[in-house]
Design a protein around this ligand. Sequence first.
Ligand code: HEC
Length: 89
Amino acid sequence: MTAAGERLYQANCAVCHGSGGDGDGPGGAGLSPPPANLRWTVRRPVATDGYLMWAISDGGAAIGTGMPAFAGALSEQDRWRIVHYLRTL
Ligand code: HEC
């Protein structure tokens, strides 16, 4: 489960959020705000599973960030796999 989530994360997210989740991926250079440091995000009280799922599914268009929406790109199951992987960062 986590291994699949890690593969999905590295394929879809690391380019911006960095391979370790520190928000330092090359694809994030020049984005304002920059990609979140997910190691920090997942430890915030607000970062429930539901919050992370929403952030990944809907992206940041509504709040003016460059976070892409993955609802159409990844299955719901794959998005949950990524949420579970983020818990291991
Ligand atoms: C094109 C670059 C890019 C890609 C690819 C990307 N993100 Fe993001 N992400 C962002 C940016 C920019 C933000 C907004 C940061 C902020 O709000 O401060 C963000 C925000 C988030 C947040 C909310 C953080 C918070 O503090 O509220 C989560 C969770 C997240 N991304 C997870 C992911 C996951 C998981 C993937 C892969 C499925 C992914 N992102 C792919 C750029 C990206």
